[in-house]
Design a protein around this ligand. Structure first.
Ligand code: HEC
Ligand code: HEC
Length: 138
């Protein structure tokens, strides 16, 4: 740094000024060390690591308000929080591993009939059972 040469020929007021500057720098450094996540969050989020296909799904399902009307006036939330998914153990699988039936050429225009959230859970659970299990011991 160029400032080191300047430091040698300093008067006492300059010393005080330099000290203040150093203090400000130290405070800034401490701030950056204490809150790195906040600064990094602006650049990348866990969801950024997902595949392009998953990001396409999340383009719609990542928004909070997406719901589906079920018979009987019930609503099913279709919101999938991208960051939570990316951090979960299912993140590596990708959406298509479990939702292979979703074809973006026809989805969501060609709507799937879901009688109730329970029926959908049961149906999805059947698909899940066919998936290879990571870390399975038996
Ligand atoms: C253009 C926006 C959009 C995209 C992209 C999208 N979806 Fe959807 N998805 C919807 C909407 C809207 C519904 C509700 C359809 C309805 O009301 O019947 C839905 C419903 C669903 C459902 C509930 C079952 C069903 O078919 O209604 C699943 C599961 C689903 N989407 C998974 C996915 C997956 C996986 C992807 C990526 C491969 C994806 N979606 C991409 C908008 C989208
Ligand atoms: C490990 C398997 C698996 C993966 C991977 C997965 N899902 Fe699902 N998904 C399920 C199951 C099981 C359900 C049914 C949950 C229930 O209601 O019991 C479901 C339900 C849904 C629903 C209906 C709303 C709901 O919460 O019930 C949507 C929409 C959906 N998934 C979208 C996605 C998207 C988008 C991705 C990728 C970002 C994804 N899923 C990845 C298994 C998976």
């Amino acid at each position: 740094m160029a400032s080191t040469r300047v430091v040698i020929r300093m008067t006492s007021t300059m010393v005080a000024e330099t000290f203040q500057k150093k203090l400000a720098m130290a405070a800034l450094a401490a701030f950056l060390v204490l809150f790195p996540a906040r600064f990094m969050a602006a650049e990348t989020t866990p969801a950024d690591s997902l595949s392009d296909g998953d990001k396409q799904c999340l383009g719609c399902h990542g928004s909070d308000g997406l719901t589906k009307e079920l018979p009987g006036g019930k609503t099913l939330s279709l919101h999938v929080p991208g960051d939570a998914f990316a951090k979960s153990m299912h993140g590596v699988l990708g959406c298509a591993a479990c939702h292979a039936e979703v074809d973006l050429k026809t989805h969501p225009q060609k709507s799937k009939a879901i009688a109730s959230s329970r029926e959908f859970s049961v149906e999805m659970a059947k698909i899940m059972r066919r998936l290879p299990r990571r870390g399975a011991t038996t």
